[in-house]
Design a protein around this ligand. Structure first.
Ligand code: O2Y
Ligand code: MN
Length: 583
């Protein structure tokens, strides 16, 4: 089946040659040296950052393109109001024209890969066909890719994905270091037949099809049909000073510090955090009735700016070698730099645009969405159970957003249905990392707005159904956190980063029936938090329910939920009514 599909795509895209990736080190080294030759990759100084490369993209190919992302379900109402939709037959016909001859003069790489540990019954296979060697090397870090995956996938279904940078090469035409076609980008999903087509971009989520396209958009549709969850969630292990360990999954919109939380270094003595994943969780109930999660990914595609020994020392150690850096700045002595990195500011930087950086011009040296790609195995706190085939049992699920007011530091839902309502209510203030106005409130239910492969109203209903699959006492407890509350002068009220462990401690203890709490209109709030050793924090303000602000929040939500029309589950509308009543 795979062979005939590869032949069909080759006949359509007309590449100069076809290469089936084996995933070996030799293969990666060959591709990397070809990219150095072509001017895409600059090798970093081996003594400082061994086996690592710097590259920069085309200036207009720097992030996911939500406006060009499509969910082509058979019926428009199955994609819902939060997705772009086109009739699948029309879209397919358009793609056939678009992809015809699109790989002329290029190598067509065939990447067999597995999302999830190779031995896991929860893992799924995919094959990405691409004309981008950059994609091959990134997929090698982000997934289990190559011969082993190929062997295991024989006779099993796989998600086919076709990716092209959309820039065929004419005879004798010189290639560009970052070929792409920014004026003609299409990121297309067919959830019915479970396939992906991506054209025109060579960057991140648009091009590494195992990540957002497969593991969230397609997998969420598979999960709906098969009774499991594909979520935009980090997974961490947390161990208390007595050696008791639990696992927590947490969903935050993009640019809210998921990687930092997943790799957190606790400031409270005796507590330990280990990382299972920083972006995506696939979860289903095990035979014991508990919810188990795997991280389908094998690497991190993390935001570089703001990452430092202060904010995320584990990430800094992870990227000490074997790392691809995209759109950060390059130093004179061939190392990398970005805004918010430790140490003094280096002179003679090359900016992410590949030109000498003019400090006085007021533009950042690294693009705000610049990235490092690195294998999870290099993370010093990579949790051994991250490779467990059965996954890890989840005790708590956290939702959060970047909110300067209203949402307290932490609160617990009354039950599963209320927790689903909290997930549906997630919103976040926009940052410079995303396109558009900074500081605007964007609703982002379950942090899945750009990633849900079907109607968001049906997705809420699926979450509610999942809560009926096991006994209530086996379900994870659900929380909402907000690290970003500000005072009247715009100063953050909570120190964040390693101090967030104090909030995780309360959550940990709540799931062991220990941490004390009181009932409020919005949920259970902590009676106290461990703030020992922390300089003056205003816990009263951090843990308050501002009724007037919450009444406004309800109005906002009520208006937003109208978007889902008939598909908004009655339970969610009732949760909102009940909240209003309690306020
Ligand atoms: O802009 C991109 O293509 C990357 S987006 C991304 C990458 C890693 C993890 N999360 C995200 C996201 O947007 O949520
Ligand atoms: Mn993400």
């Amino acid at each position: 089946m795979m062979k005939s599909w590869v032949e069909k795509i080759s006949a359509l895209c007309l590449p100069a040659r076809v290469h089936v990736c084996d995933g070996s080190e030799e293969e990666a080294a060959t591709i990397a040296s070809e990219m150095v030759e072509r001017g895409t990759f600059v090798p970093l100084e081996a003594k400082k950052r061994p086996h690592s490369f710097w590259c920069h993209s085309h200036p207009d190919d720097v992030a996911r393109v939500e406006e060009n992302t499509f969910i082509c379900s058979k019926k428009k109402e199955d994609a819902g109001p939060t997705n772009n939709w086109k009739d699948p037959t029309e879209m397919y016909a358009m793609l056939q024209t678009l992809f015809h001859g699109c790989m002329t003069g290029r190598t067509m790489y065939v990447i067999p890969y597995c999302m999830g540990p190779l031995s896991s019954p929860l893992a799924r296979f995919g094959v990405e066909i691409t004309d981008s060697p950059y994609v091959v090397l990134n997929m090698r870090l982000m997934t289990r890719m190559g011969n082993e995956a190929l062997k295991l996938m024989q006779g099993k279904p796989f998600v086919p994905g076709v990716h092209s940078v959309g820039m065929p090469l004419k005879e004798g035409q010189k290639d560009s270091p970052w070929p792409c076609n920014p004026g003609n980008r299409w990121i297309v999903h067919f959830p019915g037949e479970r396939s992906i087509w991506s054209y025109g971009s060579g960057y991140g989520g648009n091009a590494l099809l195992g990540k957002k396209c497969f593991s969230l958009r397609i997998a969420s549709a598979i999960g709906r049909d098969e009774g499991w969850l594909a979520e935009h969630m980090l997974i961490l292990g947390i161990t208390n000073p007595q050696g008791e360990k639990k696992y927590i999954a947490a969903a935050f919109p993009s640019a809210c510090g998921k990687t930092n939380l997943a790799m957190l270094t606790p400031t409270i003595p005796g507590w330990k955090i280990e990382t299972v994943g920083d972006d995506i969780a696939w979860m289903r109930f095990g035979a014991d009735g508990r919810l188990y999660a795997i991280n389908p990914e094998a690497g991190y595609f993390g935001v570089a700016p703001g990452t430092s020994m202060k904010t995320n020392p584990n990430a800094m150690r992870t990227i000490a070698k074997n790392t691809i850096f995209t759109n950060v700045a390059l130093t004179k002595d061939k190392d990398v730099w970005w805004e918010g990195m430790d140490g003094s500011f280096p002179e003679g930087l090359t900016s992410w645009l590949g030109t000498p950086w003019d400090k006085g011009a007021g533009k950042p040296a690294a693009h705000p969405n610049s990235r490092f790609t690195v294998s999870s195995r290099q993370c010093p706190i990579y949790d051994k159970t991250a490779e467990a085939p059965e996954g890890v049992p989840i005790s708590a699920i956290i939702f959060g957003g970047r909110r300067s007011s209203t949402l307290p530091l932490v609160f617990e839902s009354f039950d599963w249905a209320h927790g689903v309502f909290l997930g549906a209510s997630v919103s976040s203030e926009t940052t410079a990392a995303a396109k558009g106005e900074v500081g605007k409130l964007r609703h982002d239910p379950f942090a899945m707005l750009p990633f849900c492969g079907y109607h968001m109203g049906d997705y809420f209903a699926h979450w509610l159904e999942m809560g009926k699959k096991t006994a209530p006492d086996k379900l994870p407890r659900i929380y909402h956190v907000n690290w970003f509350l500000k005072d009247a002068n715009g100063k953050f009220l909570w120190p964040g980063f390693g101090e967030n462990a104090r909030v995780l401690q309360w959550i940990f203890e709540r799931t062991s029936q220990r941490g004390s709490a009181h009932k409020t209109a919005i949920g259970y709030l902590p009676d106290a938090l461990n703030v020992q050793g922390l300089e003056s924090v205003n816990l009263k303000t951090l843990l308050t329910v501002d009724r007037d602000a919450w009444r406004k929040e309800c109005e906002e939500l009520s208006e937003y939920f109208q978007l889902f029309g008939e598909k908004l589950p009655k339970v969610i509308a009732e949760q909102l009514d009940a909240l209003r009543e309690r306020l």
